[in-house]
Design a protein around this ligand. Structure first.
Ligand code: ACM
Length: 622
């Protein structure tokens, strides 16, 4: 063993650290509201509390009532118009009202909580978001009872577009999981779900006119195991894989999302990332006799749609059905990573380039996207494309999703196109590793810890304030090559998605990573565990993976999840629940010439575990 074992006499109890609930001046809400004023005292929800509203059919009101019912409170809703409004009769009530002036700040709300009553004012989505805030604040007591801390909240979002993506092609996720995913987006005030429905490895949406898209295109013979390179390069699981959503299921999910003010953007990838469609209908490719098959490994396929009139007819038919299913104003048409090999080899494509007086295959890609855009504009839809669609000249009305750094976003905004920022280098690729620990599960690589996501600013500094108005929002992406199960999807999503929510919603002045990670996140991770979500458990707060030199150390840690325990070892063994339980700050004295490996783990009440974090305390003088 590298570090010497020696006795426990070096440990002395120190002062106790309050691990129970602090008085949070910002009330612990994620995403941080525009303004919060905490006051003394609390409102007590009892079985006698009245729930009142002047808009009893509002989605936000219905959502709150359903929440109370599910949580076992059993309150009924009363129309405020039907009661006497004297202060005495409003005592012990919660009022959800649409009496709210947006004043140029759409989707806002305000909440007043006193010991006597609670008032939430907001309209439509704003009222719904206020309800989400109330639900975060509600602290359950004995059955039927709860409390809300007194205070005043005024709130509205920084960006109109607050997006989260999910790739269901590389791995398929069922309807129940998609709804659970939408639930957590809505709880943290995200309002766009970008549903990546088609790719090389699977076509996942039923299209009535082209049944082979799902009969053939939703299935692959086997799936890559492990990495594409290195020792696992030739490893496949030899197991058929498939899945798709029927149109009835899509309608159900769209309605479910609408009830939660989440818009669903369908992505139908073109002209690349379409191998599954080519396997179903080979005449859509430039080499129909090639024997296309649905992708089994990862990476970018060189087989792409051939831009014939027939291909456009089929794609337009598909998009017609898609538009009928999704009311969202946006349709995402992909546009990323379209290798030009097949077009360079194709006589048809070369003739088309000549006839249309195009310079090259990049312009052919722009021709492709512009033709599709024209069709979708006729159906009152705006296209979104990944930033490659800028390369041969951008389609006239397209919104750009900037993923390869911020350059695409900057160029598009300068051309007066709307932009959604989603670069990996901003910490917005949630398939990237969350820490450098070897204990992180298999992932695509990269490094995107929660702090990196949290600290990104979606507005590139190169833009003038006028150009910056084209940055309509921000999104994070969850690509699923290495994510085969709901548990792992949640692990990769959370807690980073809560950092994204704060980037997308909160004004910069309200952001503070320390407060987020040390005060507000622990409470919200506790709520997520109670709701049945998996998440990456953060390391104990205060551990920093460093080598510290000296003989006397004071170690003070905080739990990163409310109710979770920190365990530690000093003897070189990996800590578990059987090891020392951290309660109070520690004073550790290291004898001269010795060093210890101080190792910690967080274990939540539900049994979730953090990675093991090390600090070397070294008094060897070397
Ligand atoms: C992408 O990550 N290929 C948009």
């Amino acid at each position: 063993m590298k570090y010497l074992l020696f006795s426990l006499c070096i440990l002395l109890g120190f002062q106790s650290i309050a691990q129970d609930e602090p008085f949070l001046s910002d009330m612990g809400i994620i995403p941080a509201p525009v303004s919060v004023k905490r006051a003394k005292g609390e409102f007590k929800l009892t079985p006698e509390t009245f729930i009142l509203s002047d808009a009893t059919t509002e989605r936000g009101v219905k959502f709150f009532m359903e929440f109370l019912t599910k949580a076992g409170y059993g309150h009924r809703l009363t129309d405020i118009h039907n009661i006497d409004k004297s202060p005495a009769s409003l005592k012990n009530s919660i009022t959800l009202s649409i009496n709210y002036k947006e004043e140029g700040k759409p989707d806002g709300y305000e909440i007043l909580i006193t010991e006597d009553r609670v008032i939430l004012n907001g309209k439509g989505a704003g009222l719904f978001y206020g309800v989400q805030t109330l639900m975060q604040l509600l602290k359950p007591g004995k059955p039927g009872f709860a409390t809300l801390p007194c205070g005043t909240i005024k709130d509205y979002p920084r960006f109109g577009y607050r997006g989260m993506h999910l790739d269901v092609s590389r791995h398929f996720f069922d309807v129940a999981f998609i709804k659970k995913y939408i639930d957590v987006l809505a709880a943290y005030k995200l309002n766009y779900f970008h549903w990546h429905l088609t790719d090389d490895q699977g076509w996942r949406i039923e299209i009535k006119k082209y049944p082979n898209l799902t009969a053939v295109g939703s299935k692959r013979a086997q799936t890559k195991v492990g990495r594409m390179d290195g020792k696992d390069a030739d490893l496949y699981d030899n197991t058929p894989y498939g899945g798709f959503y029927t149109q009835e299921e899509v309608k159900d999910i769209v309605a479910y999302a609408q009830d939660r003010y989440v818009n669903i953007i369908p992505e139908i990838e073109m002209p690349g990332h379409c191998l599954a469609a080519l396997a179903a209908y080979p005449d859509l490719g430039c080499e129909p006799d090639k024997g296309y098959k649905v992708g089994e490994g990862w990476g970018v396929s060189t087989d792409v749609y051939c831009p014939t009139d027939h291909t456009f007819e089929v794609l337009q038919d598909i998009l017609r059905e898609v538009v009928d299913l999704f009311p969202c104003k946006y349709v995402h048409i992909g546009g990323d990573e379209c290798p030009k090999d097949a077009w360079k080899k194709s006589q048809f494509c070369q003739n088309l380039i000549r006839e249309q007086r195009m310079r090259d295959e990049n312009e052919l890609q722009s021709y492709f996207i512009a033709r599709i855009e024209k069709y979708l504009n006729l159906h009152n839809r705006v296209i979104i494309g990944w930033d490659e669609i800028l390369e041969g000249g951008v389609a006239p009305n397209a919104t750009i999703m900037s993923w390869r750094g911020e350059a695409g976003g900057v160029a598009a905004a300068q051309l007066n196109h709307d932009v959604i920022m989603t670069p990996g280098e901003f910490g917005l690729y949630f398939d990237h590793a969350q820490s450098k620990s070897q204990q992180e599960p298999l992932n695509i690589g990269g490094y995107a810890p929660t702090a990196k996501t949290y600290n990104c600013d979606p507005i590139p500094s190169k833009l003038s304030s006028e150009q910056a108005k084209h940055v309509i929002g921000v999104q994070a992406n969850l690509w699923t090559e290495y994510i085969a199960t709901p548990e792992k999807a949640e692990y990769m999503l959370l807690p980073r998605m809560l950092a994204l929510a704060e980037v997308a919603w909160s004004p910069t002045a309200a952001k503070n990573y320390r407060d987020f990670s040390e005060n507000r996140l622990p409470h919200n991770l506790h709520l997520l565990e109670q709701k049945g979500y998996n998440f990456r458990v953060p390391e104990p707060i205060g551990m920093d993976d460093s080598m510290k030199r000296g003989g006397n150390f004071r170690i003070e840690l905080k739990t990163p999840v409310e109710g979770a325990r920190i365990h530690y070892t000093i003897d070189g063994y990996t800590p578990s629940e059987n090891d020392l339980y951290y309660k109070d700050a520690l004073r550790i004295r290291i004898p001269e010439d010795k060093a210890i490996d101080f190792q910690t783990i967080t274990i939540t009440p539900g049994g979730k575990r953090s990675v093991v974090k090390h600090e070397i305390l070294d008094n060897s003088g070397k």
